[in-house]
Design a protein around this ligand. Structure first.
Ligand code: FUL
Length: 500
């Protein structure tokens, strides 16, 4: 009898112990989220990190950046167009999505729109039977990339631009590209709107009221009806917003929260877009768009100005490494191919990225929460377990709070990666990283926001213990990942590819 009671007692203790362990790793027992959090679809979107832009249209053949709108469709004549080459190049570089300029400001359509004659259907390409948008979406899907489409709101060809009739035309075109080509992951609304143009032969300047002309709320609703899971990009979101410059960098402090109703497409405060807003009531992912060349479209004169792999790395640190997306433009040339120089630089960049981030030097390390400042509810080890779903969280919001990582042996590193479990909101606004050297702790580097991903580039240091200290946060702090790397030697090599 006593033995049976003893066995029951053991079993009960085991059940209580196991269920308490389970509570710590089960996301269903998450810490309470912030008021403003991303949608699950925005989280998945940001996890793509690196995506690509394809600027290709009549401008490629006229050597212009902005076509006036009077170009003959006959000029669009790529001799070796190979959309698979675009997609396989992007994929080899680690891009997870490509966005194509289905229509740029000149109004020329890469698909045979039924609403205009200004399209591929009147070009020599495939004797007017071609549809570049179709080829593009098919190739992206074949190689597992998500699809995005750019449809310029400004149209320098259309006779009705600036009048109400154009809005119907624009929505008709959106309906074509968003209902006839399967699932589209992102639609890109550019901020350049109004000015001089051909406008059906009027050859004049047409200005619009950026706040009212497009009636964006109605268009956004239509887009979401056609493609419920689509991410809409613009200066004002609602899902993804422009970072405020075309050089590819987010602010060192960058919040994914922002006040959406203060933003106007084509007329937003660029500095505000560059930092986000800790008090913002909307979660809008920041996106850094930049071209691998000075121009967005291909120009032979820029063949010597392709950004070097080192420059691309620097852009990566200032975009993905600052909690934003990187949208890198690869403009095909008149053949319809991404130029060899661009491919070379892009793939060398990817190699550098892999060399730097392949070996996490925290493998095998142990992690503990500072006993004087926290007894962590979600265990400290979760911050280095390489599982982004799990996380360490402090027991409450008292600060500072720190995590100490014991590497077990001395290691040399110069890259640090931190991540917050953003599905619960963005919290940290000040942190420090310490290293123990010769028995005393020294501050190695410090920063403000973390968000989805923050990568820091301190001077190389050799240490066997590091400490991540959170000094300010808008809620109880949590970290889903801490990792440490040694940069590829190639990152530091001087480049003679481009000087600017
Ligand atoms: C800008 C446009 O005017 C450029 O031509 C390019 O498309 C870039 C991505 O957005 O606002």
């Amino acid at each position: 009898m006593a033995l049976r009671l003893f066995k029951i007692l053991i079993a009960l203790t085991a059940i209580i112990f196991l269920s308490s362990c389970n509570q710590q790793s089960n996301p269903s027992s998450d810490i309470p989220p912030n008021e403003v959090v991303p949608t699950p679809s925005q989280v998945t979107y940001q996890q793509m990190e690196l995506i690509g832009f394809i600027h290709f249209t009549i401008n490629t053949f006229t050597d212009k950046e902005w076509g006036y709108g009077d170009e003959s469709p006959q000029l669009f004549n790529p001799t070796q167009l190979n959309v698979e080459q675009w997609v396989t190049t992007a994929k080899a570089a680690g891009m997870k999505q490509l966005i194509l300029t289905a229509k740029h400001h000149d109004g020329f359509c890469l698909w045979p729109s039924q609403y205009t004659e200004h399209s591929v259907k009147n070009s020599p390409y495939k004797n007017g039977e071609g549809d570049v948008v179709r080829e593009f979406v098919d190739a992206c899907r074949k190689h597992g990339l998500k699809v995005g489409l750019y449809l310029s709101p400004w149209d320098r060809n259309h006779p009705d631009y600036g009048r109400p009739a154009y809005i119907t035309y624009y929505r008709n075109q959106l309906e074509e590209i968003l209902t006839q080509y399967g699932e589209i992951n992102e639609v890109w609304f550019d901020g350049a709107q109004g000015g001089d143009g051909y406008y059906g032969g009027a050859n004049e300047v047409r200005t619009i009221d950026r706040k009212t002309y497009y009636d964006w709320p109605t268009t956004i609703q239509l887009v979401k009806n056609w493609q419920p899971d689509i991410k809409i990009f613009s200066d004002a979101g609602p899902d993804v917003h422009w970072i405020g410059n075309e050089s590819g960098f987010a602010g060192e402090t960058f919040w994914s929260t922002i006040q959406g109703d203060s933003l106007v497409i084509g007329a937003s405060d660029q500095q505000y877009l560059n930092t986000g807003d800790p008090k913002g009531g909307d979660w809008i992912v920041g996106q850094c768009d930049v071209s691998i060349r000075p121009g967005w479209f291909y120009h032979e004169s820029q063949d010597s100005l392709v950004k070097s792999p080192q420059e691309l790395m620097d852009i990566y640190y200032k975009s993905v490494g600052r909690n934003a997306m990187l949208l890198l433009n690869l403009p095909p040339d008149q053949r319809g191919l991404i130029h060899e120089k661009d491919v070379e630089s892009l793939l060398a960049f990817k190699q550098m990225l892999d060399e730097t981030f392949d070996e996490n030097l925290l493998t095998g390390a142990s992690c503990s929460a500072d006993p004087t400042s926290s007894n962590s509810v979600f265990s400290a080890e979760k911050a280095i377990d390489k599982d982004l779903q799990t996380y360490w969280a402090a027991k409450d919001s008292s600060l500072p709070v720190s995590l100490t990582i014991d590497l077990g042996e001395e290691k040399t590193f110069d890259r640090l990666l931190l991540q917050e479990p953003i599905r619960l909101g963005q919290r940290v606004s000040q942190f420090k990283v310490w290293v123990e050297q010769g028995g005393s702790w020294k501050v190695l580097t410090e920063g403000t926001t973390i968000g989805y991903k923050r990568v820091l580039r301190p001077q190389a240091v050799t240490a066997s213990k590091i400490k991540v200290e959170i000094n300010a946060a808008n809620n109880r702090p949590a970290l889903s990942n801490i990792a440490m790397f040694k940069a590829s030697e190639k990152e530091k090599k001087q480049t003679n590819v481009r000087t600017r």
